[in-house]
Design a protein around this ligand. Structure first.
Ligand code: ZN
Length: 298
């Protein structure tokens, strides 16, 4: 959503609430002076009636609820305008500290809102079973250099880094997972979970991928020490797509100046979401996800 369109919705608390209402309940805007109808989040009966307080009551089960009740947005009791601004600044990749300054919110408050957005993205992720032609690769995330690690091994086997396994469909989506290590066993387990047997898998020369051919995959390797891509009878043998994602994600993560290992999966998944939807309107996608009910398990 362009800034120009966005401006129309954050003009007043009413226009902002109407936008969230439309995404949440899919009903038309309020008729003059009256709140629009809403669907009961408890029993799904449509047409709950509006109360003078600005909330709704379900005629069928008597449940009283507000605009944000039961959704991700309920985690922070912001006015609708503040929520829309928070989502906009998240879309524009401000870090929490900068967004807090812009919106006049304390750091813990804006961090809670941003963490809520990231948790919602993670919960909305649907694992895909990839097929046909995919690239598989692993990469280490973490501090680039520190006194503690100087002189120690880099890349595979280096300490204090978080190993991440990635699958990328040629010209398509990427799916990344934090793995315990980059042993053949871990890599194979992730491949079996995310790639359909019979698919063509491109990897580098890391021995961890040796077993793929015995597990029903067609397997082609690229040797980084010699070449970055070579033609084959099947297709271009390269893993440049995933290399591209790793530098995309690492570049963006630098802004956060170190993410704790506990929160790392949230940030990693955010990068996956941004990458997979990089040609789409992120604001609309984010709002669609955030008005969903929070799953019971969380
Ligand atoms: Zn109800």
């Amino acid at each position: 959503m362009s800034i120009r369109d966005f401006q129309r919705f954050v003009r007043s608390e009413t226009t902002a609430a109407n936008l969230i209402h439309r995404y949440r309940f899919g009903e038309g805007a309020a008729s003059r002076g009256r709140l629009p109808l809403a669907t009961c989040p408890r029993c799904a009966t449509r047409g709950a009636y509006a109360l003078a307080s600005g909330r709704w009551r379900c005629g069928a089960c008597g449940y009283t609820f507000g605009l944000l009740t039961g959704t991700w947005l309920e985690a922070c009791r912001f006015p609708a305008q503040t929520w829309l601004w928070t989502i906009k600044l998240f879309e524009l990749e401000l870090v929490a500290q900068q967004a807090g300054v812009q919106l006049g919110l304390s750091y813990p408050t804006i961090l809670r809102a941003f963490t809520t957005i990231r948790r919602a993205l993670l919960a909305a992720a649907e694992p895909t079973l990839f097929q046909q032609e995919v690239e598989a690769d692993e990469s280490y995330f973490g501090p680039r250099k520190s006194a503690r690690h100087r002189g120690q091994k880099r890349g595979r086997g280096a300490p204090a880094k978080i190993p991440v396994f990635g699958i990328l469909e040629r010209h398509g989506r990427v799916q990344v997972t934090v793995v315990p290590d980059c042993s053949a066993e871990s890599l194979l387990r992730e491949t079996l979970r995310t790639v359909k047997r019979g698919s063509l898998v491109y990897t580098d020369r890391w021995a961890g991928y040796d077993t793929l051919a015995f597990c029903g995959y067609r397997h082609l390797r690229v040797d980084h020490s010699k070449e970055f891509s070579r033609p084959s009878s099947v297709g271009k043998v390269h893993i440049n797509g995933l290399e591209g994602f790793w530098s995309y994600a690492k570049g963006k993560l630098l802004k956060h100046h170190g993410v704790s290992p506990q929160k790392f999966p949230l940030y990693l998944y955010e990068m996956q979401f941004r990458y997979n939807h990089r040609h789409q309107d992120l604001f609309t996608l984010l709002l669609q996800i955030l008005v969903q009910p929070v799953p019971d398990l969380l």
